[in-house]
Design a protein around this ligand. Sequence first.
Ligand code: ASP
Length: 326
Amino acid sequence: MQRRKFLEVTSLSTAGIATSTMIACQDPKSGSEVAVQKEINPIVIATWDVPNATSKAWSVLQNGGNSLDAVEQGVMIEEADVNNQSVGKGGRPDRDGQVSCDACIMDKAGNCGSVVYLQNVVHAISVARKVMEDTPHVMLAGNGAELFAYEKGFPKEDLLIDKSKKEWEAWLETKEYKPVINIENHDTIGMLAIDKNGDLSGACTTSGMAYKLKGRVGDSPIIGAGLFVDNEIGGATATGVGEEVVKTVGSFLIVELMRQGMSPQQACEEGVRRIVAKNPELDFQVGFIAINKQGLTGGYCIQPGFTYRVYSPEGHINHPSGSHIS
Ligand code: ASP
């Protein structure tokens, strides 16, 4: 394919959920560009094994909802789930015992909203969406983000649950700050979806690395690092040690690699390779997932153990990601 410009058409399939789209392809005989009709099925992909979140997003899409609502409502499930100790309520605190959350969201038009160091609000992703939709800004931080959330009607809530508090108190005994690969520390929920119109959106939400320095912000709320969506090409999102993802602007890189012709899988592998090349000691985890406009997906990480969930007409599957280290 020479060019990935997509002309939307409105023909719905009999299932009422797939859409056909005209894509520009190169005719192998003449070499000229021809328009080919391709059916686009809605699809959801998320970092880690979060079946409740992907089910929620899928049900939004099945009911004809758009991809922005799907990703927001999908990740909200994890933000509200106290058993997930890496996002929203129940998230692990910083080294001073305070929970702070980061999130960002991006729509089909390239609009985006983000909150960093947001405290006392469960649904950071929805605050990020309000930043995107109700302000001329992209990012709000700290106390400003929190006050904005209350202005918008979000309730104030203590995010620190007993279990996370006890674990933090145990950690205080050694105060050893060392990211643990795949266990406990990483679990950012990044989600990408394509709706029946073939439009892409993405969301990314986290309470960040456990026991981080107060004020530390990772990749997850940084557009281009933790998340990037280009409705002409595809989207990507990240989990793992945010500092390494920021340094390579990982999600943007992956989308750009897809623009240059790589598949989502190849692009995720190259995104990981760029990080690996700069780090002789690979004692941390980074994982990427990606989707292209045609609904192909991919995922890749540094250390074994990362998985991603895909919900599509083909099923609801937890994929083990390939990894640089086997
Ligand atoms: N990416 C997140 C951060 O650096 C952490 C994670 O995925 O667990 O804040």
